[in-house]
Structures are given as C-alpha cells and as structure tokens.
Design a protein around this ligand. Structure first.
Ligand SMILES: Cc1cc2nc3c(=O)[nH]c(=O)nc-3n(C[C@H](O)[C@H](O)[C@H](O)COP(=O)(O)O)c2cc1C
Length: 144
C-alpha cells in the first residue's frame, strides 16, 4: 500500500482509490485475523500501521490475535499493537511473543529447530486456536 492517501477518514468507508477498495475487499472476506510481525525499535512496523489505518469497518468487532518476534522478543510491540487493536474495536485474543536470535537460524535463514524456538509458546498457540474458533463461531462472517 502507498502511504495513506485517502482524503476521508476510513470510518466513512468512502474510498477513492482502487488500491483501498481492493484491500477492503480482502479484509472483508475474513472473519478474523492473525497478524505476524517483527519488533522494530520497540514498536511494530510502520507499514503494518499504515495498512490498518486504511480501513475501519473491515476490522471492527472481528477477533484478532498476533505473533510478534524479535531478537529480544516482541513485548514492546505487543503492548502498542494491543492498544491499536482496541482502538479499531477488534476483539483482542491472546498473543505470542517469540524470541528468535541468530542462534536459532541456519545459513539459509531457516529455523534450525522449530521446537527449540517455538516449543514454549505451543500452549498459547493452542489457546489462540481455541479462542479464534469460538470467536468465528460467535461472529457472522458476512461483511457489515
Ligand atoms: C529496524 C530494526 C529494528 C529492530 N528493533 C528490534 C527491537 O527493538 N527489539 C528486538 O527484539 N528486535 C529488533 N530488531 C530485530 C528484528 O526483530 C529481527 O531482526 C527480526 O527477525 C526482523 O524480522 P524481519 O526479517 O521479518 O524484518 C530490529 C530489526 C530491525 C531491522
């Protein structure tokens, strides 16, 4: 997406650009979201915020979880992102903060041992799976 270039606030849904309408159609077609993003300088990436800011009703009332990761984890990004999800009036589920260091990856940037890196968060992933299933069951998936 370009840097936000819609003239009207997203809550109006009066999109002027085709790239926004296409993004809106994509977001509308999902009942819930699992965002995956790295921590950058104690925050979440700016391009992710930009993509969220384009829309509003497409997010509203839908369940949202996320996996954030960094060489020291994603605690700071998680705090900020959680606030944003509340601002979008999403139904915030549990989330995962993963530590991925240089020791976890091989020479081709692949994780060497999935269990060693993510084993400790498996229970949280299972909880998210269950929460998301329940939320999707409770929520109509037709666009509002
Ligand atoms: C601009 C930048 C800032 C970063 N800041 C943090 C940070 O604050 N905390 C952290 O744990 N890792 C930080 N990292 C490390 C990244 O989270 C890590 O390299 C991650 O694998 C990057 O994901 P990507 O390859 O999908 O961009 C930073 C990396 C970049 C490029």
């Amino acid at each position: 997406m370009p840097f936000l270039d819609e003239p009207f606030i997203a809550a109006l849904g009066d999109y002027q650009h085709e790239h926004t309408r296409a993004w809106s159609r994509t977001a509308q077609s999902y009942g819930g979201f699992l965002f995956v993003f790295p921590q950058y300088n104690w925050g979440y990436p700016a391009v992710l915020k930009n993509a969220l800011d384009y829309l509003y009703r497409e997010w509203r009332d839908k369940p949202a979880s996320f996996i954030t990761y960094g060489t020291r984890g994603g605690t700071k990004a998680a705090e900020q992102f959680t606030e944003v999800l509340h601002g979008l009036r999403m139904r915030v589920l549990d989330h995962v903060e993963a530590v991925i260091t240089g020791d976890d990856i091989d020479g081709h940037w692949q994780l060497k041992d999935l269990d060693a890196t993510f084993g400790s968060v498996v229970p949280t992933l299972a909880a998210i799976d269950s929460q998301m299933s329940q939320a999707l069951h409770d929520t109509p998936t037709t666009p509002r």
